[in-house]
Design a protein. Structure first.
Length: 287
């Protein structure tokens, strides 16, 4: 998969055709789940596909304001409830979303507002909990791309509008809170670090709850540090999913472009950091 291109091409779709996803593609999706990228591989997870016959059971417990987007299929990741399980589910879920994009399918993440109710309705057992939910299928050709009220952009940053896309995104330069590579004084330098730059572009294209993108990066001592920002709109679970999603986008593009395998380290690096107000280090990556 060309992750860089896929992260740029992907966008949320909320208007799906009433066209089934062919069985052959569903098989490919199930198969891919077995090898999709994991952040914490020790955490046991399971994939559940939900069709329109069963989707009404999700009414009233998922989606913005409990509004369930109608789609021909839904992908639900069930997980053990262990430390970082939601970051892991976000990471895996986004890898699945990019696979769907690669297969020519459109998708939209859906928030889980009441995980216990959803588990009960879907009769989920074996100590697993619903962790990540994505609607998918084929976008209606005439889908509306006018700005939507359910996308709330932060007011204090510049966002890049993208042709044909509803949601504008953080500029790479604005996503970096501080750095020690001389980029702030000379932003052109960033372009010389092609792989890092592309990884950051993928990170900035990541989907997030209400498109808030409540995270920033610090580059220090050869490390890219991911800082999660407080956000009044985003709940704890969606914040953790956001973090997993942005980590997947960055690390897959960087790894694929540089050919050097790397992964995020969940924790704080051993150095002094000047964090933005209320910011918390989520993870770091040796670059
Ligand atoms: C954790 C999470 C939960 C989301 N929940 C919903 C949702 O319930 N309903 C919805 O329409 N979009 C939902 N979205 C999609 C975001 O609104 C969308 O990613 C964001 O507006 C950016 O647009 P883009 O995906 O086109 O880049 C969610 C996204 C994330 C990451």
């Amino acid at each position: 998969m060309d992750y860089y291109q896929l992260t740029i091409d992907r966008k949320s779709t909320r208007d799906f055709k009433e066209k089934d996803v062919p069985e052959k593609l569903l098989e490919q999706i199930k198969e891919y789940y077995g090898v999709c990228k994991r952040l914490v591989p020790e955490i046991k997870t399971e994939l559940k596909l939900i069709d329109p016959d069963n989707s009404p059971m999700m009414n009233g417990c998922v989606g913005y304001k409990d509004y369930l987007i109608q789609a021909p299929c839904y992908l639900l990741i069930l997980s053990e409830d262990k430390e970082h399980y939601l970051e892991n589910a976000g990471f895996m879920g986004e890898d699945m979303v990019l696979k769907l994009t690669d297969l020519g399918l459109d998708s939209c993440w859906l928030t889980v507002n009441d995980s216990a109710k959803l588990a009960d309705r879907l009769n989920i057992k074996d100590g697993l909990v619903p962790a990540a939910l994505v609607a998918f299928g084929y976008e209606k050709a005439e889908a509306d791309v006018s700005p939507r009220l359910d996308i709330i952009n932060p007011s204090n940053v510049n966002l890049k509008a993208r042709t044909g896309y509803v949601a504008p995104k953080l500029y790479v330069e604005d996503s970096i809170y501080s750095e020690d590579m001389g980029i702030s004084g000379n932003p052109e330098i960033l372009h010389a670090y092609t792989d890092l730059y592309k990884g950051l572009i993928s990170a900035c294209c990541a989907p997030s709850f209400l498109n808030r993108q409540p995270y920033r990066f610090i580059i220090k001592g050869g490390k890219l540090i991911l800082v999660s920002l407080p956000d009044a709109e985003t709940g704890e679970n969606d914040a953790a999913l956001n973090i997993g999603i942005v980590m997947l986008n960055f690390c897959r593009t960087l790894t694929e472009r540089s050919g050097v395998y790397g992964n995020w380290i969940l924790g704080t690096p051993d150095c002094d950091l000047d964090l933005p107000e209320g910011g918390k280090v989520a993870a770091y990556f040796n670059i």
